[in-house]
Design a protein around this ligand. Structure first.
Ligand code: FAD
Length: 396
């Protein structure tokens, strides 16, 4: 067993740190203006291309960086240190787009990988959040020869929906069930109904979309008719690992800042770090970061060895659950160590405190992760999820 980073992983980490350093100067501007100027976006785009970290989840032959899951985790861990969700400027097309046909790849995925167009994922609805099977959006076939579909419905919380060029819309097709469609945002009948404000300041928005008699061709079906839930689940699985990785990076940044502050600030005649209660907060935080980073790396590595998708799905749920909850505690302690200064928006720890809250909600709440894990224990037993997945590895 060798836990050392390979030269390639070391190089990727260095490139991700380089990208972080190029983007971090934009944080204050983004916080103050709730977004970036076109010049800011253009600079960041250039930095992404310069470090070669665009579309890290897509194969090299399609123009992506072609990283393994473990390699992606290493990159996301670094980018997660950015506040204002500036990590989301480092575009990574939705994993479900790997199901594109060659023609769809040319029209939608290729430009997405090159950073010329953006996608956004539209699954959640007013009455379908944790239970996406309850969606009410429909895609009804029209034309006797199956020429296309008419989409009607509403989608909530569409991250990047403000700048996206096309949306992956989950809609029910009669006799088939939930299906993903590639829907260009400029089609007649696609409308942003509302752009609510959220707890965090995010470089993009999460608008609410209405679809009113939106006509799309049969060539916009992504994957199989009725295959939308499977594609969505696959997307969730890897995305949950990436969330785990980002929250760990964020927690490390918060702890680094809190440690520096605790070493330099003197109160009651001693440095903060000399007070035992502060020491305990630092120690608890370091332990939570180290443990979650190790486990997230482990599960990412297991993904790359292949193995049972259902077990990996549960393990990815474990990484997200454990890392997002632990990182939330770490940033909370960091705010506490900074005292009143920790409550000021100009402090990265304050922004991380607000920003990490959603990681316990999106891509499946903590409660839903627990259901996934408990169902796995019930169906296939405990061994597969609390060990190193040796079966998958020896079979590889
Ligand atoms: C900032 C932000 C960005 C988002 N981006 C996107 C996006 O890009 N695309 C997209 O499609 N969606 C997106 N979402 C939606 C997100 O995935 C959902 O909010 C999430 O899945 C929870 O759904 P809900 O909000 O409807 O809560 P609900 O499902 O109503 O849950 C409410 C509470 O009940 C609990 N609960 C629900 N069911 C159960 C159960 N069976 N057992 C126990 N407890 C349960 C939940 O854990 C939660 O605590 C985003 C959300 C936010 C806040």
């Amino acid at each position: 067993m060798d836990f050392a980073y390979t030269p390639r992983l070391t190089d990727l980490k260095a490139r991700a740190i380089d990208l972080y350093e190029r983007i971090v100067p934009y944080e204050a501007e983004c916080e103050e203006n709730n977004g970036l100027t076109p010049a800011g976006f253009a600079d960041i785009r250039e930095a992404v291309l310069a470090t070669g970290l665009q579309a890290i989840n897509m194969p090299e032959e399609w123009g992506g960086a072609g990283l393994s899951v473990l390699e992606q985790v290493v990159v996301q861990d670094e980018l997660g240190k950015l506040t204002n969700a500036l990590w989301d400027c480092v575009w990574r097309p939705a994993n479900a787009l790997r199901a594109c046909t060659p023609a769809q790849r040319e029209r939608w995925l290729g430009p997405d990988i090159r950073g010329e167009r953006r996608d956004a994922v539209a699954i959640t609805e007013a009455d379908a959040g944790s239970d996406p099977g309850n969606i009410a959006t429909t895609a009804v076939p029209e034309g006797s020869g199956g020429e296309g579909y008419v989409i009607n419905g509403e989608k909530w919380f569409v991250t990047v929906g403000d700048v996206a060029d096309f949306l992956l819309v989950l809609a029910n097709v009669p006799d088939h069930g939930p299906t993903l469609f590639l829907v260009d945002k400029d089609l007649p009948g696609v409308r942003v109904a509302r752009t609510p404000r959220y707890t965090h300041t995010f470089v993009y928005e999460h608008p609410e979309f209405h679809f009113e008699d939106v006509r799309v061709g049969a060539d916009t079906v992504l994957g199989e008719l009725g295959g939308g839930m499977d594609l969505t689940r696959d997307w969730f699985t890897e995305e949950r690992l990436m969330i785990a990785a980002r929250t760990i990076g964020a927690a490390e940044r918060a702890l680094t800042l809190a440690t520096e502050w605790a070493q330099s600030r003197v109160q009651g005649g001693a440095r903060l770090i000399d007070h035992q209660m502060i020491k305990a907060m630092l120690a608890d935080s370091a332990a939570e970061i180290a443990v979650n980073r190790a486990f997230t790396h482990q599960v990412a590595w297991e993904f790359d060895q292949g193995g049972d998708r259902k077990t990996l799905h549960a393990k990815a749920a474990m990484t997200k659950l454990a890392a997002s909850e632990a990182s939330g505690r770490v940033v909370d302690r960091a705010v506490q160590i900074f005292g009143g200064r920790g409550y000021m928006r100009e402090q990265p720890v304050e922004r991380l405190y607000r920003e990490l809250r959603v990681d316990r909600i999106w891509e499946g709440t903590s409660e839903i992760q627990k259901l996934v894990i408990a169902n796995e224990i019930d169906k296939r037993g405990l061994a597969g999820i609390v060990t190193f997945g040796h079966e998958a590895v020896t079979a590889a």
